[in-house]
Design a protein around this ligand. Sequence first.
Ligand SMILES: [Zn+2]
Length: 173
Amino acid sequence: MQYLIDQARVFPARAAAHGLDLGGRTHGRRPRALFISCSDARIVPALLTGSRPGDLFELRTYGGLIPRFHPQKPTGESRTIDHAVRDLDVTDIIVCGHSHCEITDAALDEGDPSVQTSAGQRHIVSQLDVLSGYPCVTPRLADRSLRLHAWFYEVDTGATLQYQPHASAFLPL
Ligand SMILES: [Zn+2]
């Protein structure tokens, strides 16, 4: 914990040394994307995408799980998605899964990594289906003002794959 405290204390100096715009002057600017990913500590969206303050609006959940939309039962996740799509008017949503994810490890007893990878990739595509059912998302997919992307990050190599619907497969970005 002390390491984190020390880093937070010197952050203003580190940011200034790197000429980092902290985004205070660009409050309300549209983020480049809504990035939905697993809470796993090995996934660092800003590092992966070279993002700076203001670039990514993030939603992190266990396994990148997105709850189905229920109008009578809004959740923290559904409010986050709604805010990104309606208020921030994002044009892209990335749902990013990863290898060695506990949620697919837990779902499968098999130790075969390729089985776990394909299960993890299917899981991410199924989250896009859930997302497509959100009332804020559906009309914007229809008028093509919003695009959904399924990514799969390989923890051991640092490579990222993207789902290509025409190939029904995850291919390198
Ligand atoms: Zn995970």
